[in-house]
Design a protein around this ligand. Structure first.
Ligand code: ATP
Ligand code: MG
Length: 606
């Protein structure tokens, strides 16, 4: 008995010839047109039988790899109380992305965007000793985020399926091992699914850049940009650190001098004036890269030991004038705090800062000598090296300094990554110039350290009977997003073209014409394939033209197509071809199942 679930005559399916008007990327257009998903609301999707089959296959691969590293599956509710998220400040910090709601008793609830709090509390609830550890838990579950702009179909949804895993270890070393286990499982998952991925360093922390990595699937519609080194290593822009640049010998640099520079508040103005009025002795032109631009920012700290309410720290940042400040990169340096440009109110509290002429001599360590008491931290971008001479503000209206040397004439309180990264900049690993690519984040692995265990008081007794917080990691895969990314990277103008491992079925059998003999031959092939464990979509529709059937088969995108029609009736052959159009062959009907099975093995890499 063959199954009837995947017969086109009864399957719950309606394919569309036209692209849906509001679908913005190929994967969304094709998944809707081929009958995998339907839109329920912006960023919220209904799964149809075909879509669900692919999703389940991806989930199975993820489960196998999670179970393979010893992770245990659990399942949390999506509807959660406010309290745990209050304790970690995320009830507020998540901002407008969090779906908040009230129950009938006016108690606050949320639809979980991610589950760190709940996993932490569950382990706290059940475990109390180092003997209980290590443990890794995971779930595959529906998440909710009220994304500002849901887009690209399943790629940025407001309801989506995520695999999230959490590791719990007694020490940091254990956490690192759990991280690398999970990372390894991710590589196997994406390799098995057939999705190209790049692990991208997401944070340049004290742990050598391995505290977090994002797995990006490279594709032009991606919203994330990553920088790629010739070595194959990749960083997101916030995590890039400038390789250490050599100090400059300043023994021949003239003494610093103050010069009048009227009407030269902008970098361009400074350069034009310098070249006209103060040409250099060696004939080199003044350039924007000779100027040191000092920008004032505010760091928005939360309350701490010295401040009982949130407070603003004003900080001066010195950057070469030929590079723009990259506020996102700069902000990453002050994480978890946000930053913004200093407001006129902020600047009023430092009246010595002369607009357009701010220079190092009133910033950071220089302030005391300038007779200023109130501190103002001064940080230099990593491109400003010791011994380099600068043309910069002299903290007087219409006056600039020339030949002001870092390390000779002024110092700073530290170094930061403040400026934009450019195509061609040297990569952090020194392997050559960086280039930029776009990608979609399909997963992330994260060493959380003690953040959540401290916030939620997850402690256990160690070997010496001492209470210690638990080292945690968290690891996410966007399951529904992965499905869309495969569709986005595996299709042509005629439709989807799934890798065999996750295709909704493996063979699409089409019976054409009016002759019952063709349908009988097709039916026999379907039964033979199913008895061998091959999954088949069978287009058994009567009164549907061959052209429509072929179009549907190519739209749906099953990797192998077999056609029984006139040739079957006349010559006893069945036509077999791969979805990508390759290797079309007419084979005797009795051999069709063997040929298809052999091709399938090749496609599955068996
Ligand atoms: P993004 O930067 O794309 O918004 P994120 O870093 O906020 O993602 P995580 O909190 O790391 O996302 O969630 C784990 C995984 O869940 C992500 O790597 C991604 O694959 C997936 N994901 C996140 N947001 C969405 C969404 N709105 N729709 C579908 N999948 C998502
Ligand atoms: Mg992420």
């Amino acid at each position: 008995m063959s199954s009837t679930a995947l017969r086109m005559s009864t399957m719950f399916l309606r394919t569309l010839r036209e692209d849906p008007a509001d679908a913005d990327v190929d994967s969304a257009k094709l998944l809707i047109r081929a009958g995998y998903i339907r839109k329920a609301a912006p960023g919220i999707w209904t799964w149809l039988p075909l879509g669900l089959r692919v999703l389940n296959k991806i989930e199975t691969i993820i489960r196998e790899e999670m179970d393979g590293i010893g992770a245990q599956e659990v399942h949390f509710p999506a509807l959660l109380p406010r309290e745990p998220y209050e304790k970690t400040h995320r009830w507020e910090e998540y901002g407008e992305n969090l779906f908040r709601l009230k129950d009938r008793h006016e108690a606050d609830y949320l639809l979980a965007p991610t589950h760190e709090e709940m996993f932490t509390l569950l382990v706290k609830d059940m475990y109390s000793s180092y003997k209980d550890l290590p443990v890794v838990l995971y779930q595959i579950q529906t998440k909710y985020r009220d994304e500002f702009r849901p887009r690209a179909g399943l790629i940025r949804g407001r309801e989506f399926v995520m695999k999230d895993a959490y590791s719990f270890n007694i020490d940091e070393e254990g956490m690192r091992k759990a991280y690398y286990d999970e990372r390894g499982a991710y590589e196997r998952v994406f390799q098995r699914i057939g999705l190209k991925y790049v692990p991208v360093f997401a944070m340049s922390g004290p742990m050598g850049g391995s505290a977090s990595e994002e797995f990006l699937a490279p594709m032009p519609i991606g919203e994330d940009t990553f920088a790629l080194a010739p070595s194959g290593k990749a960083w997101n822009v916030e995590a890039l650190h400038t390789p250490e640049l050599p100090e400059v010998d300043c023994s021949a640099t003239p003494a610093a001098s103050k010069r009048p520079t009227p009407d030269a508040k902008t970098i361009d103005g400074m350069i034009a004036l310098a070249n006209a009025k103060y040409p250099r002795e060696d004939g080199r032109e003044w350039q924007a890269s000779d100027t040191l631009k000092n920008v004032i920012i505010a760091v928005k700290h939360v309350e701490d030991e010295e401040h009982d309410s949130p407070w603003r720290e004003i900080v001066a940042i010195g950057v070469p004038g030929d590079r723009q400040v990259d506020m996102k990169r700069l902000e990453a340096q002050f994480a978890p705090f946000e930053i913004e440009e200093a407001t006129p109110e902020d600047l009023k509290t430092y009246p010595e800062l002369v607009h357009g002429y701010i220079g190092p001599m009133v910033l950071g360590p220089q302030r005391e000598a300038a007779g200023l008491k109130k501190p103002l931290r001064y940080l230099l971008d990593a491109h400003v090296v010791k011994g380099s001479a600068w043309f910069t503000g002299a903290d007087e209206n219409e006056v600039d300094y020339y030949d002001l040397v870092y390390g000779r004439d002024f110092e700073a309180d530290g170094t930061v990554e403040a400026v934009e990264v450019r195509h061609g900049d040297m990569s952090p690993d020194g392997s050559g110039p960086l280039s930029f690519e776009r990608g979609v984040e399909i997963g992330q692995v994260f060493q959380l350290g003690l953040k959540y265990s401290k916030a939620l008081d997850l402690k256990v007794l160690d070997q010496n009977g001492k209470t210690v917080p638990v080292w945690m990691g968290c690891y996410g895969i966007g399951v529904s997003r992965v499905l869309a990314c495969v569709a986005e990277t595996h299709h042509d103008e005629r439709g989807l073209a799934w890798p065999a491992v996750i295709a909704p079925a493996q063979v699409h059998v089409v019976a054409t014409g009016k002759d019952q003999a063709a349908f009988d031959a097709a039916e026999k092939l379907v039964e033979e394939l199913e008895s061998r464990g091959v999954e088949v979509i069978y287009d058994d529709r009567k009164k549907v033209s061959p052209g429509v059937k072929f179009k549907d088969a190519e739209l749906i995108g099953v990797p192998l197509i077999a056609v029984a029609g006139r040739d079957t009736v006349n010559n006893g052959t069945i036509e077999i071809r791969n979805r990508d159009g390759s290797d079309s062959a007419a084979v005797p009907a009795a051999e069709a199942a063997d040929v298809l099975e052999a091709r399938l093995k090749t496609l599955l890499g068996e």
